[in-house]
Design a protein around this ligand. Structure first.
Ligand SMILES: [Zn+2]
Length: 197
């Protein structure tokens, strides 16, 4: 994947954050997720990825993390996620939140389970993380809710995003990875092979 994309697209501030990551896998994932976001934005506009740039600004500290944006003529929202060599990104109108977990052995799963949040399944975690990204709730609350639901979650359950739009969850698993997408619009999956220039 990384050989296929031009990592010079990564802004200097992201390059600095990337260098702070200890594991090579994490550094590669960090770059790949951003590249896929830019490629997807370009693909949907029939333009090269180099025409777009990532904006990211933390509401709390002003740091370069938190919810990303890629300014574009369609005003599309963007979200990405990565875990142990697996990368997923989503672009579309309204609001979109994407989360991927490569396996139950992921460090993120371990951290969440050890933080006392019952014992959420990785499906529950990806769903909750995707919903958090569209502002449909807090992570702990969403996981807690899922754990205490008596019946299996009905498909088509509707959540509400932070801009007051109806959000639905979709699962798009690939191989062993679990991908959850929370979106105000129906989502169509594409693979990187189909969008590389
Ligand atoms: Zn911050």
């Amino acid at each position: 994947m990384l050989e296929a994309v031009d990592d010079r697209l990564l802004p200097p501030a992201d390059e600095a954050r990337r260098r702070q990551l200890v594991r090579k896998q994490d550094r590669d994932d960090f770059t790949a997720a951003r590249m896929v976001g830019l490629l997807l934005m370009g693909f949907l506009h029939g333009a090269p990825a180099t025409e777009y740039e990532i904006h990211q600004l933390c509401d709390v500290c002003g740091g370069r993390h938190g919810r990303p944006a890629i300014p574009n003529p369609s005003n599309f929202d963007v979200s990405w996620s990565h875990d142990q060599g697996v990368v997923a990104a989503g672009v579309g109108p309204g609001r979109i939140g994407v989360d991927v977990l490569a396996s139950a052995r992921s460090p993120r799963v371990r951290d969440l389970r050890s933080s006392g949040l019952s014992n959420p399944s990785i499906e529950t975690i990806t769903r909750a993380e995707a919903l958090v990204k569209v502002g449909a709730g807090g992570l702990a609350d969403l996981i807690h809710e899922a754990a205490h639901r008596a019946a299996p979650e009905p498909t088509g359950e509707v959540y509400v995003s932070d801009n007051n739009q109806r959000v639905r969850l979709q699962r798009m698993d690939v191989d062993d990875a679990i991908v959850s997408v929370a979106s105000t619009h129906y989502v169509r999956p594409v693979f990187l092979d189909n969008i590389l220039p």
